[in-house]
Design a protein around this ligand. Structure first.
Ligand code: 2P0
Length: 334
């Protein structure tokens, strides 16, 4: 039996939540190089495997919390006031309630995502990470970063990693309350390391990753091999980052992503996030690589590609993919 989020969080908060004044926070989006796919605990978003990502510098979510001046909770997304029972607003308020508890103070939450829609990135990771940081500030909890990471994870698994910049590992953890399943930044720096976002298709996906991973765990025979592969990939990717070995990192990350997709395809009903344009882009990338350019791909629960390369190959990569959106991730490396 899983412990509830409310009970886990309450163990780390003061007895009472005191009213807040205002708070603002930013958290970056992240791209996993070793993917999180499958939960051992759905209530707490505890993963079946550890994962590792790179945060996207200044691309992410800015979130502010203020006392509401209407006497009602209000949620704005990209400057638009949402209906209180919309999916996004109710998710945000349900999350806030875990921390507000019986304090009677309606609030206004504003989230602005600066991730261009053209990038085709989901924003739940940066959104829940920024919200968690803002909550900690608003109610003056003064929580440790590892606890903030664990709480952000309860909003959305990948949000645990968005608490930090740079390369970030999300530990599997062993505790039933999940508090050791939190992220930690790697000390490693890698100047010139690049992620390019390649949006190949538009439109909202029909199956969100939450239901997609559940379906895979429950119905894909191939999923049996995933935890072992992911554990090994995670180890190899950390080694590759330490040695700045782009070939080893790229190969492992690409194989990790495609193996994750193989488990989805082997689910029932089958789950295929790729569009014809995704497959065409994969072939274009493999041709470029065959011509000697070190460029690798990763993909999440959607049709778009993320390219992994070094700034030394930037000109050739851009030549082959003029529509590529390059992400400057040098800044977090200091
Ligand atoms: C990842 N994804 O590691 C993997 C790879 C998608 C594919 O984390 O249910 O939105 O909120 O914990 O974090 C997307 O899943 O899922 C994700 P929930 P989340 O980036």
């Amino acid at each position: 039996m899983s412990i509830s989020k409310k009970d886990v969080i309450a163990n780390y908060l003061p007895k009472r939540t005191e009213a807040g004044l205002k708070a603002e926070a930013f958290a970056p989006s992240n791209i996993a190089l070793c993917k999180y796919w499958g939960k051992r605990d759905v209530e707490l978003n505890l993963p079946i495997n550890g994962s590792l990502s790179i945060s996207l510098g200044e691309l992410g979510s800015h979130t502010s919390i203020n006392e509401s001046d209407t006497g009602e909770d209000q949620v704005y997304l990209n400057d638009e006031l949402l209906e209180p029972d919309s999916k996004f607003a109710s998710k945000v308020i349900r999350f806030i309630e875990l921390f507000r508890r019986d304090l009677d103070q309606p609030i206004t939450v504003r989230t602005v995502n600066n991730i261009p829609t053209a990038a085709g990135l989901a924003s739940s990771a940066s959104g829940f990470a920024a919200l968690t940081l803002a909550v900690n500030d608003f109610y003056r909890f003064g929580l440790k970063k590892e606890h903030l990471s664990a709480f952000a994870r309860m909003g959305s698994g990948s949000a645990s990693r968005s608490i930090y910049q740079g390369f970030v590992e999300w530990h599997l953890g062993v505790r039933t309350d999940g508090m050791d399943s939190c992220a930690e930044p790697l000390a490693a720096q890698w100047p010139g390391f690049r992620i390019g976002l390649l949006k190949v298709a538009t439109g909202e996906k029909k199956i969100d990753s939450r239901s997609g991973m559940q379906r895979t765990v429950e119905s894909a025979p191939l999923y049996n091999s995933w935890p072992k592969q992911a554990a090994n990939d995670l180890r190899v990717i950390k080694e590759a980052i330490k040695n700045r070995d782009l070939e080893l990192l790229g190969q492992t990350a690409e194989q990790n992503a495609l193996s994750m997709h193989a488990t989805m395809i082997g689910s029932w009903p089958p789950l295929l996030y790729w569009q014809p344009e995704s497959v065409a882009a994969m072939h274009r990338l493999w041709e470029l690589r065959a011509s000697g350019v070190q460029v690798y791909l990763t993909m999440d629960a959607g049709p778009n590609l993320k390219l992994i390369f070094h700034s030394e190959s930037e000109a050739q990569v851009r030549d082959a993919f003029p529509e590529l959106m390059d992400v400057d991730i040098v800044a977090p490396f200091g």
